[in-house]
Ligand binder design. Structure first.
Ligand code: SF4
Length: 563
């Protein structure tokens, strides 16, 4: 018996097709289910709220203007935006985003929802300003830095270049060993991306944490700001009264900065000095326009500790510190978890949006499961995609070495790629204009069986070429995955000869011997144990066919349409 036909309609919500292309290929997807873009509002690009989610704050950085207004020059991007000035950094951010005007960038900066970490000193070197906020595309950060056990300044500079090559939008130097000062200076001097640090690491070199004084804190912050660091992670939101809340956790405090400050508070019986000296700290940050990335010292270190009382108590304090920093003219980013079960991610993002008034959220993963050490770039990029979809503005990468050791060059690449995927997937889902263009272009090349273009558009073309040629060193109308007779794309091209599978200007011709593999591509195959990718190089596949017989194609099509 025939099943009754149901009329199924897609519940389109707003962003619709994010492709900016017109003509064939545009409008072929059902579109984004995200909220309508609300540039200038609290939901710029964001997911629809599931029931009972915390609503956005009705306040912005405008509600935390200094009173009375400071005399003298506007120094920070935030202060200039408040005066209506469009700086050249804001112009550059608009140029890099494509979908934003300089005026929109300025207005988002003034509202505190977009930060441009650009230390005035670093701007004198090679910094190319980038914007972090929900109105912009999602950014990713790569961590690096020498440890007391491993690595050197040269190796870290090399990793910086490597991370930039693989798409890191910012880099954090988290060195805890070697010559920290030299390493930081070398990284800042070489970086085109904003550089972040966690200054407390340098504050305890040569001294015990209990010997830390407010003077040392302020001196080190001034020193690193003078070196040109663009943003500082400062764990000022972890308060003495939060510590008892950690008692029942499975894994306690997993933030280095958080654990050090907790120890200081217990030993001195005093409040967190970063919190107590927040106004003085902000004065230093303002002088150089260092953005503060307010650290989450109580982030959960395992699924069992996620969204607990300690984490949420600290988040409330992060909101208070945001207000105080904005009133000092300082740009703000908020750091977030960590390890969070998938179903709690939206709540975490939307609670931050409310408590921190839309300040950009910079999350560390989050990992959505704890039992896959060695694969945590994957476990966390799943969480990162959800986080970006629900509101995070920047994703801190996790490498396969997370929890196990210091990432090496290849781990940096794997971490960056996992996070580029997470950020891009969220941007497409959120309907950021133009976000899907390259995907569509690649799909066109794939449908036309245009291997050269397909590989050129791949995020990692060397890997794509090496994998393709591992089994078949000719570019023809199928690949080794299914072979000629089962190649759905080829068959589809034949049966729909007149309306799909063709790319403008692409003449499939006959099978082409693919270019010799480059040394990098050969290395990829060697690492896989396939040292001889030339195996099929000289063989022309006997079953090649690029075009269908027109008569045959017409016959097939009419059969399909009348079926
Ligand atoms: S052979 Fe299979 S995997 Fe390869 S192009 Fe055809 S359908 Fe795609």
């Amino acid at each position: 018996m025939m099943r009754e036909e149901q009329n199924i309609e897609l519940p389109l919500r707003g962003a619709l097709n994010p492709s900016s292309q017109s003509g064939a290929g545009a409008g072929t997807t059902p579109g984004s289910f995200a909220d309508r873009p609300d540039l200038g509002g609290p939901r710029s690009f964001c997911s629809p709220d599931t029931p009972n989610m915390p609503q956005p704050s009705d306040r912005t950085a405008w509600d935390f203007n200094p009173a009375p207004r400071p005399s003298g020059q506007a120094v920070t991007q935030l202060e200039q935006a408040r005066l209506g000035v469009i700086t050249k950094e804001m112009r550059r951010v608009a140029e890099r985003e494509g979908h934003l005007t300089p005026e929109q960038v300025r207005d988002e900066v003034a509202a505190g929802r977009l930060s441009i970490p650009a230390n005035r000193v670093h701007l004198g070197y090679r910094l190319d300003p980038t914007g972090i906020g929900r109105a912009t595309k999602t950014k990713i950060n790569a961590n690096m830095g020498a440890s007391p056990i491993s690595s050197s300044t040269e190796e870290e500079v090399d990793k910086l270049k490597w991370a930039e090559r693989w798409g890191a939008d910012t880099v954090m130097d988290l060195s805890t060993g070697g010559d920290l000062d030299r390493c930081r200076e070398a990284i800042v001097n070489n970086a085109t991306v904003p550089i972040g640090t966690v200054p407390i690491y340098s504050m305890i070199i040569g001294r015990k944490i209990e010997e830390l004084t407010p003077e040392v804190i302020l001196e080190q912050l001034e020193h690193q700001a003078r070196q040109g660091v663009d943003y500082f992670t400062i764990h000022a939101g972890l308060l003495r009264e939060h510590l008892p809340l950690v008692k029942n956790r499975l894994i306690g405090i997993v933030s280095r900065g958080g654990s050090l400050l907790a120890k200081w508070m217990l030993q001195h019986g005093r409040q967190n000095p970063m919190y107590e000296y927040w106004d003085e700290i902000c004065d230093i940050l303002r002088t150089y326009d260092v953005t503060v990335s307010i650290g989450d010292g109580l982030r959960p270190g395992g699924l069992a500790d996620a969204t607990d009382a300690a984490q949420l108590a600290e988040l409330r304090t992060l909101g208070e510190l945001t207000e105080r920093a904005w009133s000092k003219g300082v740009q703000v980013i908020i750091e977030g978890p960590g390890h969070v079960p998938f179903d709690q991610i939206e709540y975490n993002m939307k609670l931050q949006r409310q408590l921190c008034h839309g300040a950009p959220f910079y999350v560390l993963g989050p990992l959505v499961t704890d039992m896959f050490p060695g694969y945590d770039h994957i476990t966390s990029s799943i969480g990162a995609t959800a986080a970006a979809y629900h509101g995070a503005a920047m994703l801190c990468y996790v490498t396969p070495k997370e929890h196990l050791g210091l990432p090496k060059r290849e781990d940096v690449k794997q971490g960056c790629i996992a996070y580029k995927i997470a950020a891009h997937a969220a941007d497409v889902a959120l309907g950021i204009p133009g976000a899907r263009d390259r995907d569509d272009e690649l799909t066109r090349a794939r449908a036309a069986l245009n291997w050269e273009r397909h590989i050129e558009l791949a995020f990692d073309p060397d890997l794509a070429r090496a994998y393709h040629d591992e089994d078949l060193a000719v570019d023809t109308d199928f690949c080794a995955m299914c072979g000629h007779d089962w190649c759905a794309v080829r068959i589809s091209k034949e049966i729909a000869e007149f309306d799909s599978g063709k790319a403008e200007g692409f003449d499939p011709g006959g099978p082409k011997r693919s270019p010799e593999l480059t040394p990098e591509q050969r290395e990829i195959l060697a690492a896989r144990g396939h040292l001889d990718p030339t195996r099929e190089r000289d063989q022309k596949p006997g079953c090649h066919s690029d075009t269908a017989d027109p008569e045959e194609a017409r016959k097939l099509q009419s059969e399909i349409h009348s079926a």
